[in-house]
Design a protein around this ligand. Structure first.
Ligand SMILES: *[C@@H]1O[C@H](CO)[C@@H](O)[C@H](O)[C@H]1NC(C)=O
Ligand SMILES: *[C@@H]1O[C@H](CO)[C@@H](O)[C@H](O)[C@H]1NC(C)=O
Ligand SMILES: *[C@@H]1O[C@H](CO)[C@@H](O)[C@H](O)[C@H]1NC(C)=O
Ligand SMILES: *[C@@H]1O[C@H](CO)[C@@H](O)[C@H](O)[C@H]1NC(C)=O
Ligand SMILES: *[C@@H]1O[C@H](CO)[C@@H](O)[C@H](O)[C@H]1NC(C)=O
Ligand SMILES: *[C@@H]1O[C@H](CO)[C@@H](O)[C@H](O)[C@H]1NC(C)=O
Length: 415
């Protein structure tokens, strides 16, 4: 009997230990809730500091909301009970600065990963952060101080199905070569960063990219674009673009491009090699709010046999004043003149007058001198002005004459 009793006590103790260990650290996690959906487990806004352990997470949930907490280090998520079912993991609005390699590798059916509003830096993103996530469709890393994207950070070897990558508001100024190699990606949001140049090596096989948002960056000159054969829309609004030369490459790369937005930039002038104006698919170029100078340098757009009838191209003029706010395409070739400003006309006039005056003076003196020389030749020593000052009868006498022979008493006078 005592043996049985002892055995029961042993079992009771073991059970208690198991229950206790599976519930700790009670207070925060207990507050997670299912809301109305048994497949949603909501641990949002509970001041959680570490990612919850496997035992704290129920089975069969599709969405795990860990947003609005204080998680700093995303360690390995060992939720093997969720391998088949978890589709959405929300880690937005935490303090995540460390993301362990392969942290998510057991969650192979994940479709949406929200890491937005955290403290991740590009320097600490590893090549294998997204290992095994080949069902993942959307990755949101918006509003992290990423600053740079290192080579091979986003690779199809891991993210084989990704469609949408949000890297906006992330202080990105450096995108290393081959940092993005995502053949399935359709939307890439790089807006609100500090990107200054675009070059062909940044992306590798972005062969399905449809929408590229580069608005609110610091691009000044755009002469290179990466290979994006399916691109439909390129958004370059709110940069500081002064020069754009992408016609050749775009024509070479794509026949799908429909929209180029380039509003709020600093373009003064563009030419035949700036845009793929003849690309049949291209429907919209919007160049409102630039510095466009609609003068004789833009005449080419009238002279060429472009057919803009079915297009929605907007090139709003900023200078000269007479055509300000008008659309370049609505002007006639005669409107596109290079009028001389008044200041220029006046200065030309002044320079010309001074020039003429100087030439006149030189001519006048030259002629006078020639004449005198000729007279001298004719008269030998008999020409010139002569003055003689001498002393006679204790007076100083001065005599003046045109000829030294003529100095005589006749034309002398007292001083
Ligand atoms: C989780 O709860 C928070 C706060 O109650 C709510 O704002 C949020 O929408 C919920 N998340 C989901 C996925 O229902
Ligand atoms: C995050 O946690 C892991 C596992 O405990 C540890 O190895 C790593 O050093 C931690 N990282 C940081 C930055 O604290
Ligand atoms: C994640 O949570 C944040 C804040 O609670 C919410 O704004 C966001 O929409 C959620 N993300 C997803 C993918 O549901
Ligand atoms: C990513 O997160 C930001 C901030 O939470 C949100 O505004 C944005 O819509 C999200 N992007 C996607 C693609 O869901
Ligand atoms: C257009 O302008 C660029 C630079 O401003 C120049 O290199 C190019 O030769 C010009 N193209 C034509 C056709 O004038
Ligand atoms: C032309 O494109 C602009 C966008 O740049 C759009 O707002 C406008 O509605 C379009 N107009 C037509 C007639 O399609």
């Amino acid at each position: 009997m005592t043996g049985v009793n002892n055995y029961s006590v042993f079992c009771f103790v073991i059970t208690c230990v198991c229950l206790l260990s599976s519930v700790t650290p009670g207070d925060t996690i207990d507050a997670c809730r299912h809301n109305n959906d048994i497949h949603v487990y909501n641990c949002s806004g509970l001041n959680i500091v570490d990612v919850p352990d496997k035992s704290e997470i129920p089975n069969n949930i599709k969405l795990l909301d860990l947003s609005n907490n204080d998680i700093g280090n995303v360690t390995f998520l060992n939720y093997d009970q969720l391998t088949d079912c978890l589709k959405v993991l929300n880690l937005s609005k935490n303090r995540i600065h460390a993301l362990n390699a392969e942290a998510f590798k057991i969650l192979i059916n994940l479709e949406t990963l929200d890491l937005s509003n955290n403290l991740l830096t590009g320097e600490h993103l590893e090549e294998n952060n997204f290992a095994n996530l080949d069902k993942l469709l959307t990755v949101n890393m918006s509003r992290n101080p990423l600053r740079q994207i290192k080579s091979k950070t986003f690779s199809f070897m891991e993210l084989g199905a990704i469609v949408y990558l949000d890297l906006s508001h992330s202080e990105i100024s450096l995108i290393e070569p081959t940092s993005m190699d995502l053949p399935s990606l359709e939307r890439l949001d790089l807006s609100w960063n500090k990107i200054q140049t675009l070059d062909e090596t940044m992306f590798k096989m972005m062969v399905n990219l449809l929408y590229l948002d580069l608005s609110h960056n610091e691009i000044q000159v755009l002469t290179e674009i990466p290979y994006m054969p399916e691109l439909i829309s390129l958004n370059l609004d709110y940069n500081i673009i002064q020069e754009i030369q992408v016609k050749e490459r775009m024509e070479l790369y794509t026949d799908k491009l429909e929209y180029i937005y380039i509003r709020y930039n600093d373009i003064i002038f563009f030419n035949e090699t700036s845009f793929p104006l003849e690309l049949e698919s291209l429907q919209v170029i919007d160049m409102s709010n630039n510095e466009l100078q609609c003068d004789c340098n833009m005449k080419w757009i009238k002279e060429e046999t472009y057919d803009f009838q079915k297009k929605n191209f907007t090139f709003i003029c900023d200078h000269p004043k007479s055509v300000k706010s008008k659309d370049l395409l609505s002007l006639s070739a005669d409107d596109l003149t290079c009028g001389r400003p008044l200041v220029l006309i006046l200065s030309v006039f002044v320079v010309l007058s001074v020039g003429l005056f100087v030439v006149g003076l030189i001519t006048f003196f030259a002629i006078r001198r020639c004449r005198k020389k000729r007279q001298q030749k004719h008269r030998g020593d008999n020409s010139g002005d002569y003055t003689a000052v001498y002393n006679r009868d204790e007076d100083v006498r001065v005599a003046m004459a045109d000829d030294k022979n003529l100095i005589s008493k006749n034309n002398e006078f007292d001083v």
